[in-house]
Design a protein around this ligand. Structure first.
Ligand code: PAF
Length: 285
């Protein structure tokens, strides 16, 4: 079967296409990405295709969400491969703008305030990160005006920020958090995995194992023991460095010191394997 996927680099062309869709009263699902696409992204496209008439994916490595210039420079870029993968996933349109298309007036900075949500975990360890995410996502939302937007739950805190963002924008866009996809050894799929050497990739597979033990320890011995275990375990691996491991209220991200049946809890981790920073999370109850 011949597949057709439109590729846009200019906002004006994309909005022209979108107005044709709107004229037919069809729904639009949006999957924002930074490229180096993997099966996790394909699953987001599938979720969108299952519930929306048209699916639009963006591939844009957003400079304003990188607090570390070397991280931005080394972020994997493979546009042709991404386009082929999206075409095979029956994505309807791909939007791949250049930086000056999205940021015509320099990297202008709106200042968002998400209260506690952007001060902890990723927010505390990557200053300015969520401001950059909110900046670009709100820009995409303004341009595309999707009915639904799909995000992976590996970036758990990001999903919470985006939900807060649409509230601040008074927008009716429905934010759908999709489950984490994992490789057979349990490592959460991430574009950054492509940057790991063979040895680092093997080391990275310890992350889901450590999280699994930590989850059991939380239930049997408590949060303090689980945290101690994670810290000690990661210290024993020379190429790993823990950025944070926290057990939080899954609805507020407040740090928990004990589990109770009334509060849903989540364990979140950020860890360096060599120079590559990986994140993961696991729901606890
Ligand atoms: O999760 C990502 O890939 C990015 O943060 C996003 C949402 C595409 C914004 O640049």
């Amino acid at each position: 079967m011949a597949l057709l996927m439109l590729i846009f680099t200019k906002i004006s062309e994309l909005t022209g296409y979108l107005s044709q869709i709107n004229a037919q009263n069809k729904t639009v699902g949006f999957v924002p990405t930074m490229g180096a696409l993997h099966d996790g992204h394909v699953s987001l496209i599938r979720y969108s295709k299952n519930t929306c008439d048209y699916t639009i994916c963006s591939v844009f490595v957003n400079p304003t969400q990188f607090n570390d210039k070397s991280d931005l420079d080394r972020y994997p870029r493979m546009p042709e491969k991404d386009a082929a993968l999206l075409k095979n996933a029956y994505c309807d349109a791909l939007f791949m703008p250049l930086v000056n298309e999205m940021y015509p007036d320099s990297l202008l900075k709106e200042n968002y305030d998400f209260g506690y949500l952007d001060k902890v975990l990723e927010g505390a360890h990557r200053p300015g990160h969520f401001n950059g995410v909110a900046q670009i996502v709100s820009r995409f939302f303004d341009i595309i005006k999707p009915d639904k937007a799909f995000f992976g739950s590996k970036d758990y805190q990001q999903v919470m920020i985006i939900k807060a963002l649409v509230k601040q924008m008074n927008s009716s866009i429905e934010i759908i958090a999709c489950p984490i996809l994992r490789d057979p050894d349990g490592l959460a799929m991430s574009s950054r995995n492509a940057l790991l050497s063979k040895e680092e990739r093997t080391t990275a597979s310890r992350i889901p194992q450590i999280m699994k033990v930590a989850k059991n320890l939380t239930a049997t011995k408590g949060i303090k023991e689980a945290k101690l275990f994670v810290e000690q375990e990661i210290t024993t691996v020379p190429s790993m460095k823990l950025d944070y491991f926290e057990i939080c209220n899954a609805d507020s991200l407040n740090t928990l010191t004990e589990l109770t049946s009334q509060i849903s809890a989540i364990a979140l981790i950020a860890v360096y394997v060599g120079k590559i920073r990986l994140i993961d999370n696991v729901e606890l109850n």
